[in-house]
Design a protein around this ligand. Structure first.
Ligand code: TYD
Ligand code: MG
Length: 455
């Protein structure tokens, strides 16, 4: 008889190999490769399968299910306008960032009108009940269950028939269909796949909580993202009380939509006017500080960026960034040198985006460049100046989308001057705002040097 075929799988990243190795060549984890039996591959049966139905796209019946409002408008915004029935939402983030708190608040609010089942694999029902009591949440109708076996959860849920289910967390779940340890990649993947299938079959919306590992992925690799409808991450640093929730994948709405919250002693509170919190307004304008108008999802956000440019005493000058891509900074320094004559090879450059915000948009270029020059020249930018625009390698300032809305947001927050790409200049004058349109980096520098030094 032929021996059963075996292969070797990494318990951390799920990669499959033909040979054992001490270190996984994919994820570099040690001692994570274990032998497993390869399921027999059924021989090809040719075209003897049964026929599936094919229909025209216009004939597909659309069930008209309105989105369920979660009661938190910031979360609804991230979800693309509310929770969709039968969808699976993964909420990821560092331990202690506030995932359980957020979902408990949402579940309590939702349980008023919907049947909600909160499945906990980490905390005891007593701990959860205590938290709900302390936060004074409307918890009268919320159903709790302490369970980690996926089969039991699905069996209970098909009897209880909740409309919404929370699984806290997916790392604690296990299923009998795979024999690997709880928390391992195959358990997490298999459990998530079963729960997703259950959600689709029964039209139940499920929130899955997922812890982020030290490499920043949910459960090691991004094994879950392709089976789940909405993936959002809770971000924020531990010393700041602000938390940002960002959708990185959304089958029902825009990605990179941002929800802003503050963690207070009475739970998570929504911040409806986030621009106000990311502006670090001191009494006096400081050199190296610039305010930019970035675009997040479907709304503008005013954020302060700070630079510190200081003489370097080592052979290799340092370029340190927090909240912005380091390569972008290196590129901007090269543009500043080549097209603006600004020398920084003998300077250490440190960049920080206020409030722990991560900026990935190129419209931050101009603000970053101006803040570097401001620090280098030790000359503050006017406190009421807003700026945005992308810098091209030829020293040109490129337009960015939604220029008008960014300017309107700036005016709303009392800004009176704006250096912006020429192509974004408004056709009609905006009341109370002096616009300095710039076509090239040199135009923007000219405006900067014209501002009075002492203010
Ligand atoms: P939690 O939701 O348990 O985090 P996660 O589920 O993401 O691991 O949040 C725990 C943190 O939030 C903890 O450090 C304390 C803080 N917290 C508050 O500051 N205020 C509160 O009202 C609550 C409930 C938690
Ligand atoms: Mg938790």
């Amino acid at each position: 008889m032929k021996a059963a075929k075996t292969s070797f799988a990494c318990g951390n990243c799920g990669a499959i190999f033909r040979k054992w190795a001490g270190q996984c060549p994919e994820c570099r984890e040690w001692n994570s490769i274990h032998e497993q039996e390869t399921p027999p591959v059924s021989p090809s049966t040719g075209y003897s399968g049964t026929l599936s139905t094919v229909q025209h796209i216009s004939q597909v019946t659309l069930s008209d299910s309105p989105r369920i409002k979660t009661g938190m408008t910031e979360l609804d915004r991230v979800l693309g306008g509310g929770l969709v029935r039968g969808s699976v939402v993964l909420v990821g983030g560092d331990p202690g960032i506030g995932k359980s708190t957020c979902l408990l608040q949402v579940s309590c609010q939702l349980s008023d009108k919907n049947k909600v089942l909160y499945v906990t694999g980490e905390e005891s029902p007593q701990q959860i009940a205590m938290r709900a009591k302390r936060l004074r949440l409307p918890d009268r109708h919320l159903l709790l269950m302490a369970e980690t076996q996926v089969e039991n959860i699905c069996a209970t849920a098909s009897v209880e028939q909740p409309q919404i289910m929370v699984i806290d967390s997916i790392q604690t779940m296990q299923t009998a269909s795979t024999s690997s340890a709880p928390g391992s990649v195959s358990q997490v993947r298999e459990s998530a796949a079963q729960l997703t299938q259950f959600a689709k079959l029964n039209n139940i919306a499920i929130f899955l909580v997922g812890h982020v590992t030290k490499t920043g992925d949910i459960a090691g690799p991004r094994v879950l993202e392709h089976i789940i409808d909405v993936v959002c991450y809770f971000e924020g640093n531990n010393d700041s009380r602000y938390r940002v929730m960002r959708a990185v994948k959304n089958r029902y709405g825009a990605v990179n939509e941002l929800g802003v919250f503050a963690m207070t002693d009475s739970g998570l509170k929504e911040i409806h006017n986030p621009s106000a919190i990311f502006l670090n307004r001191y009494g006096k304008p400081m050199p190296g500080s610039a305010v930019m108008a970035i675009w997040e999802g479907s709304r503008p956000l005013l954020v302060e960026i700070q630079s510190l440019v200081d003489t370097s005493h080592s052979e290799n000058s340092r370029r340190v960034t927090v909240g912005i891509d380091q390569n972008r900074l290196i590129m901007l320094l090269a543009i500043l040198h080549r097209h603006g004559g600004i020398v920084s090879y003998n300077q250490d450059v440190f960049i920080n985006v206020a409030g722990g915000v991560k900026v990935s948009e190129t419209s931050a270029d101009l603000a970053l460049a101006l803040s570097i020059i401001s620090s280098l020249e030790d000359k503050p930018l006017p406190a009421d100046l807003i700026t945005f625009g992308e810098l091209g390698l030829a020293g040109e300032i490129r337009p960015v989308p939604n220029g008008q809305e960014r300017l309107k947001e700036a005016v709303k927050h009392g800004f009176k001057k704006a250096i912006i790409p020429k192509a974004n200049a408004p056709l009609e004058k905006i009341d109370g705002l002096s616009v300095f349109p710039a076509e090239k980096l040199t135009d923007a520098l000219e405006v900067f040097y014209q501002f009075p030094a002492a203010q």
